[in-house]
Design a binder for this molecule. Structure first.
Ligand code: NAP
Length: 306
């Protein structure tokens, strides 16, 4: 039986792993791929202290190296469920079951989908949720970015360096993104904002391989619809937490409710990073959550042993 099993090997999970090992706990991090975490798909990180500018992938590699160097054990597997059986925690995976004294859920969140006609059929044929991954396919073309938050503007700026024209379609006439990103986006010559508008449909063309051709937009103030020709649609309308594997108290959007020690409603199960109801979804808070949860888990395990 492990002392501590951490589900998810992004920044939050690996930090919890590093702290777990330093407490002398038998610690295992379960992850889906060698380099996990949404941050690995981020082009440049500029708000992580000590690293004025670093690619998300490079930073993730450093976390991984650090975790392995201090003795964190990692395993690539898909976790199906996490549940308590008395004081024992059972972690069921696609490669067998594991037991632990405490579990930290660090499963992160994935981009939400718009849910409009054309979206699902045209994924990877012009519809994307990641400019760093798919931006290079749209060199010198036109793309639409949907959303008005930090993710939409971060990726609109990445795309603006690759493509000819970026339209940012936002449902209000004010952006949610932070000032530094707003200023940069307003200053980019090839980014144009389309305010008060919703994407009603993504339309594809072509017989053998259908590809994005245009979007149908609706102005929410006037009710008018219009067509906008585009080669790609990048969607950033928020994130959906990966918390289905565990049955603990969650908020209406599915983020796990936690206390100040990252404890969930189930004793010995903690949640950290983007999958919990954090006040802000940031790298620095994710790693901080990891340290807090590992400390709490250590106290809990010591208590069990007494
Ligand atoms: P977000 O902050 O929740 O923003 C989502 C945006 O999409 C909002 O502008 C929202 O409009 C719009 N939206 C939501 N549902 C929509 C729908 N059905 N149709 C059209 N538009 C819709 O999500 P995010 O930008 O993905 O960011 C998630 C978290 O990660 C945030 O906490 C963010 O700060 C963080 N993040 C940080 C950085 C960074 O620090 N550089 C980069 C990326 C993400 P309204 O404005 O009208 O609500």
């Amino acid at each position: 039986m492990y002392d501590l099993v951490i589900v998810g090997g992004g920044p939050a999970g690996l930090t919890a792993g590093i702290y777990g090992v330093r407490f002398g706990l038998e610690t295992l991090v379960l992850e889906r791929s060698e380099i996990s975490g949404q941050i690995a798909l981020t082009d440049v990180v500029e708000n992580y202290p000590g690293f004025p500018s670093i690619t998300g992938f490079e930073l993730m590699e450093k976390y991984k190296e650090h975790a392995l160097a201090v003795g964190v054990e990692t395993k690539i597997t898909d976790v199906l469920t996490v549940r308590s059986e008395g004081e024992k925690k059972l972690v069921s995976t696609d490669s067998g079951d594991l037991e632990a004294k405490a579990v930290i859920i660090a499963t992160g969140a994935n981009p939400k989908h718009l849910g409009v006609p054309g979206e699902e059929e045209l994924i990877a044929k012009g519809v994307s949720y990641c400019a760093t991954c798919d931006g290079p396919f749209f060199r010198n073309k036109t793309v639409v970015v949907v959303g008005g938050g930090d993710s939409a503007l971060t990726d609109a700026l990445i795309l603006s360096k690759l493509v000819e024209k970026v339209y940012v379609v936002h449902r209000r006439d004010e952006l949610k993104a932070v000032k530094v990103l707003r200023d940069r986006a307003f200053a980019a010559a090839n980014i144009e904002f389309i305010w008060d508008s919703l994407v009603q449909e993504i339309v594809g063309t072509g017989t053998e391989i259908r590809k994005v051709e245009k979007v149908i937009l609706e102005n929410v103030k006037t009710g008018e619809t219009r067509e906008l020709l585009t080669n790609g649609v990048f969607i950033y309308i928020g994130i959906h937490p990966n918390t289905e594997i565990v049955d603990v108290e969650k908020d209406p959007k599915g983020f796990i409710k936690t206390g100040r020690w990252m404890e969930s409603s189930e004793k010995g199960i903690y949640a950290i990073g983007d999958c919990r109801d954090t006040p802000i979804w940031q790298l620095v808070t994710a790693v901080s959550d990891g340290a807090v949860a590992a400390t709490a888990a250590n106290e809990y395990i010591q208590g069990l042993e007494k």
